[in-house]
Design a binder for this molecule. Structure first.
Ligand code: MN3
Length: 199
């Protein structure tokens, strides 16, 4: 039961001008595809083949580093594509907005915290909005780590995530990571985030 590269629900150029088509194409068809293939190689012929990606990530400290890196890469990108859409952005509505206000004071305060987490993650990694038993939390992870992993500092359900590896923005933004982060706010799929939040 090999993992499969998920298809996007929009075209590579659909997030222009915020995220360019060339970046999307390489990011999905090369980077995400490589994580998927390498994950399949890493679990091939082992008991890990019978586990879901969530089960693998939950006990990731028990498994080889290749499963952590490529399993994280497979899962994180699969989520990332879904948290974006053409003509996205704005603010969430309903219970998710209420929860954001409860945990951060206001949507703007949340936005600042999330952008700061994304901008200050040193090297490669991800920024996250995570649903935890204590409410919503902003955090970031290194490399392809994520909040599902047993090794994560903040554990919970991802409600939003942003890839801050250079491959996610370098073609269009070069060293200007903060500009890429600002652009992301225009393509967020809050409907999907609200759905995940409801559980
Ligand atoms: Mn990436």
């Amino acid at each position: 039961m090999a993992f499969k590269l998920p298809e996007l629900s929009y075209n590579y150029d659909a997030l222009e001008p915020y995220i360019d088509a060339r970046t999307m194409e390489i990011h999905h068809s090369k980077h995400h595809n490589a994580y998927t293939n390498n994950l399949n190689v890493a679990i091939s012929g082992t008991e890990m083949e019978n586990l879901s990606i969530e089960e693998l990530l939950k006990n990731i400290s028990k498994y080889p580093i290749a499963v952590k890196n490529n399993g994280g890469g497979f899962y994180n990108h699969s989520l990332f594509w879904k948290f974006m859409k053409p003509k996205g952005g704005g603010q969430p509505a309903g219970p998710l907005l209420d929860a954001i206000k409860k945990s951060f004071g206001s949507f703007d305060d949340f936005r600042k915290q999330f952008s700061t987490a994304a901008a200050t993650r040193f090297g490669s990694g991800w920024a996250w909005l995570v649903k935890t038993p204590k409410g919503l939390v902003v955090t970031s992870t290194a490399n392809q780590d994520n909040p599902l992993m047993d090794i994560a500092e903040v554990k919970g359900t991802p409600i939003l995530t942003l890839d801050v590896w250079e491959h996610a923005y370098y073609l269009k933004y070069q060293n200007r990571r903060p500009e890429y982060i600002e652009a992301f706010w225009n393509v967020i799929n809050w409907d999907y985030a609200a759905e995940v939040f409801k559980g």
